[in-house]
Write a protein that binds this ligand. Sequence first.
Ligand SMILES: [Zn+2]
Length: 148
Amino acid sequence: MSLRIKKGDTVKIIAGHDKGQTGKVIAVDPETELIKVENLNMVSRHHKARTAQEQSDIIKTEGNIHISNVMLVCPSCEKTTRIETMEADGKKHRKCKKCGFDIDAKKAEKKDTKKRASKTASQDKTEKTEKTSSRVKRTRKSDAAKTE
Ligand SMILES: [Zn+2]
């Protein structure tokens, strides 16, 4: 469940072909502990044409990297760091061991501002066409505010 790397994190690759490079995590498999990092560890997938209509080609795609081969990069101090887990609001938060920055707190804030921005932009439309659905959204939001 609680992997130290999550989707959207910035990580530095510490082993293999792209050693030393940093990138954004685009996929995490908690079972195998394999991740994919945007534009890094690219592998070629050879696609063989199976029908006359298909074309054989080589597709470049992100290959799996085991989480032990990456280090988390702290969004605050921008250093590779180990994490400390702590409880905040009943949830597990990851904290940078070097600067003490709450990595998961920052993400939550980012998501909130995005939601707010999109809400104001599409407010006129939703108010007219989706009155019921926007009402549902609002109640959900207020529920979340209470739990926070
Ligand atoms: Zn830090």
